[in-house]
Design a protein around this ligand. Structure first.
Ligand code: ADP
Ligand code: MG
Length: 233
């Protein structure tokens, strides 16, 4: 499905929150790297997809009623064989049904497990005065505890993208520490610029989160994504 179909389907169903699968499909079409993802609606199908994708895989709940999947017990990473996939499938279903009995469940997504990288976050919100604004930060405690993030108004220039990466306090982590590799700053700038362009062209998008993106020395991949649409067109 393409962007217009995904958005019009969501609208028909009266939803403004796109699922991870829908959000990643749209981002992929905008030139952003995302993990390979398939929607399974049965345990057998999940096992089949994991064989196609190749181990290790990650299983996640797919529901437009659940935006924080881990909080619902809906994420299992590092699944190494068919048996672990089967078990994870039923554990996720049980946990989600228990914690969110009313949630409509589309299925469980199966995706490749991205290799570890530096976790970053890219977000978009709309400011009443300035319109769309991009946020950049490091993942985990850097954003949750230290609020170490930077902002720029869309559209971004390359200079803006570069400055917003440089000005976060944890910037040194991108340059390699304790033997870990430096990540490509150009790749991150490119990602910010693509997102800026995408946001500019798609005013029907109200909010967006790529949380986290794993950054590497030669690339960056969004392992989770969430898009929220404006209430009406
Ligand atoms: P939530 O809805 O709770 O934010 P996420 O999709 O972000 O769920 O998954 C939770 C965590 O699991 C991520 O922060 C990341 O560390 C890890 N994770 C998720 N998907 C993948 C993946 N495809 N490859 C590697 N790690 C992943
Ligand atoms: Mg997430």
């Amino acid at each position: 499905m393409n962007k217009s179909q995904i958005i019009s389907d969501a609208r028909k169903q009266g939803r403004t929150l796109l699922t991870e699968i829908e959000s990643k499909q749209i981002l992929k079409d905008a030139g952003i790297d995302v993990t390979l993802i398939k929607l399974a609606t049965s345990e057998n199908e999940a096992v089949g997809f994991s064989q196609e994708i190749g181990f290790p895989v990650v299983l996640k709940i797919a529901s437009s009623d659940i935006s924080h999947k881990s909080d619902a017990g809906g994420v299992k990473v590092g699944l190494n064989n068919e048996q672990e996939v089967s078990q994870a499938y039923s554990e996720i279903m049980n946990s989600v049904k228990q914690r969110f009995p009313a949630a409509k469940i589309e299925g469980i997504s199966v995706q490749n497990m991205a290799k570890p990288g530096v976790e970053i976050i890219i977000g978009m919100t709309k400011d009443a005065q300035f319109g769309p604004v991009l946020m950049f930060g490091l993942g985990g405690i850097w954003v949750e505890v230290l609020k170490d993030v930077s902002f720029r108004i869309v559209p971004l220039t390359r200079y803006d993208a570069s400055a917003m990466i440089q000005e976060i306090r944890g910037n040194a982590l991108l340059k390699g520490y304790r033997g870990s590799e430096a990540v490509s700053i150009t790749v991150l700038e490119d990602m910010l610029l693509k997102i800026s362009e995408f946001v500019e062209k798609n005013p029907e998008i109200k909010e967006m989160d790529l949380n986290p993106v794993f950054a590497y020395k030669d690339g960056a991949v969004a392992v989770d994504a969430r898009i929220v649409l404006e209430e009406s067109e």
